[in-house]
Write a protein that binds this ligand. Structure first.
Ligand code: TYM
Length: 334
C-alpha cells in the first residue's frame, strides 16, 4: 500500500570518508536506477553539536557535491538540505511526543557521543533519533540505505511509526526496512580494526577521505596497521585478524566482490603486494570523485540551484503528509 521510496541522509560535518562512501553513498547511487530516491544533507542533525557558522553552509555544499560526484543524478533524484523543508521539524516535534524516554535512553550512539558529559550535551543530541525518524517518515519512505551504525536508529523509527499508527488508529506511516550493504556495512579504522572509521578519530591516518590525493592514499594504506603474519588463506583466519580483515573487506566492496573471493585472489601473496593493489583500487575509485567534488565546488550557483530545486520537490511530497498528520492528531491546519 506504500510506494517503495528511498530516503537517506548524510551530515555536513566536514569532508566525507571512505566509510560514508562504501557504507552509504555507493548504495544511494545503485538504488537510483530502480526507485524514487530522496537524498538529504542533514544540517539540522549537524548542529546537535556546535558547528562553525562560517563552515556549515560550505559543508552542506560539499556533501551535495559529493553526492553528485559519486554518481547520484540530481535530475532523477531529489537532493536537498533538511533545514529548507520545515515539515521535517514539524513532524520531529510530534515524534518527540510519541517516542518514549526509555526508547531514547537505549540509543548506543547517544551514549557513545555524550560519554561522561551526559549532563552537558544538547537536548537536540538526545532527541536526534526522533528528527531522523521524521526525515524518513515525512516522505513515507519505505527503505533506508545506511551503514550498520544507524541500524538502532532505524529500529526506533519503526517503533515510532507503529506507535503513531496505533495511537491514532491509522495507517499513516510505513514500517521501514533498513538497506545495509553486505560488504561495507561497517568500515573500520585503519589504525584499529575494532573501531569504526569516523570523522571524529584524532588520527588522520585512521581514515581515507574523499578528498585525499594519490600520495596520501598510498601513504595511509602503507601505514595501515596490520600484523606480521602472511596473507590469510581462509575466511576463518582472516576474521580473527580485524585490521587485515577490514582491508580485505574494503577491497571487496571497492571491487564488488566478497572477502572469500579476495582471499582466493591474494592467496600466497605478500601483504605488501595486497596493500599496493588495495591502494590502486582506492585511487581509481576515490580520485575521480575528489576531483569532481572540487570542480563542482567552484560552481556555487549550480550547487545552490540543485539544493533549491530539490527542496521544492521535497516540500511537495512532505506538505500533504504533515497535513494528514495534523488532521489525525486534531491540530488545526492553517
Ligand atoms: P552520518 O552523517 O554519520 O553518516 C552518513 C552515512 O555513512 C554511514 N557511515 C558508515 N558506514 C560504514 N562504515 C563506517 N565507518 C561509516 N561511517 C558512517 C552511516 O551509517 C550513514 O549511513 N544519523 C545519520 C544521518 C541521518 C539519516 C537520516 C540517515 C539523518 N537522518 C535519515 C538515514 C535516514 C548520520 O549521522 O549519518
Amino acid at each position: 500500500m506504500f510506494v517503495k521510496r528511498i530516503l537517506s541522509g548524510v551530515q555536513p560535518t566536514g569532508d566525507l570518508h571512505l566509510g560514508n562512501y562504501l557504507g552509504a553513498i555507493k548504495n544511494f547511487v545503485a538504488l537510483q536506477n530502480d526507485y524514487e530516491c530522496l537524498y538529504c544533507v542533514v544540517d539540522l542533525h549537524a548542529i546537535t553539536v556546535w558547528q562553525d557558522p562560517k563552515m556549515l553552509a560550505q559543508h552542506t555544499r560539499e556533501v551535495t557535491a559529493a553526492f553528485i560526484a559519486s554518481g547520484i543524478d540530481p535530475d532523477k533524484n531529489i537532493i536537498f538540505n533538511q533545514s529548507q523543508v520545515h515539515e521535517h521539524t514539524q513532524l520531529a516535534w510530534i515524534f518527540n511526543c510519541v517516542a518514549r524516554m526509555g526508547w531514547l535512553n537505549r540509543m548506543t550512539q547517544f551514549k557513545d557521543k555524550a560519554g561522561k558529559n551526559k549532563e552537558n550535551v544538547s537536548v537536540g543530541l538526545f532527541a536526534y533519533p526522533n528528527l531522523m525518524a521524521a526525515d524518513i517518515l515525512i516522505y513515507k519512505a519505505t527503505h533506508v540505505p545506511v551503514g550498520e551504525d544507524q541500524k538502532q536508529h532505524l529500529e526506533l523509527c519503526r517503533d515510532i511509526a507503529q506507535k503513531f499508527n496505533n495511537d491514532f488508529n491509522s495507517n499513516v506511516f510505513p514500517i521501514i526496512e533498513p538497506v545495509i550493504m553486505k560488504q561495507a556495512a561497517r568500515v573500520m579504522s585503519l589504525r584499529d580494526g575494532k573501531k569504526k572509521m569516523s570523522k571524529s578519530d584524532v588520527s588522520e591516518y585512521s581514515r581515507i577521505m574523499l578528498s585525499d590525493d594519490v600520495d596520501l592514499i598510498n601513504l595511509k594504506i602503507k601505514k595501515a596497521k596490520t600484523d606480521s603474519l602472511p596473507f590469510p588463506s581462509n575466511l576463518n583466519d582472516a576474521q580473527k585478524r580485524p585490521e587485515v580483515f577490514n582491508l580485505i573487506s574494503i577491497f571487496a566492496a571497492l571491487n564488488n566482490s566478497s572477502p572469500e573471493q579476495v582471499i582466493k585472489k591474494f592467496n600466497n601473496s605478500e601483504l605488501s603486494y595486497f596493500k599496493n593493489e588495495l591502494s590502486d583500487s582506492l585511487i581509481s575509485t576515490i580520485e575521480p570523485i575528489g576531483k569532481e567534488i572540487n570542480k563542482l565546488l567552484n560552481d556555487k550557483n549550480y550547487l545552490d540551484s540543485i539544493i533549491s530545486t530539490g527542496a521544492d520537490k521535497a516540500r511537495s511530497i512532505a506538505n500533504p503528509v504533515i497535513n494528514e498528520v495534523y488532521n489525525k492528531i486534531g491540530l488545526l491546519k492553517t
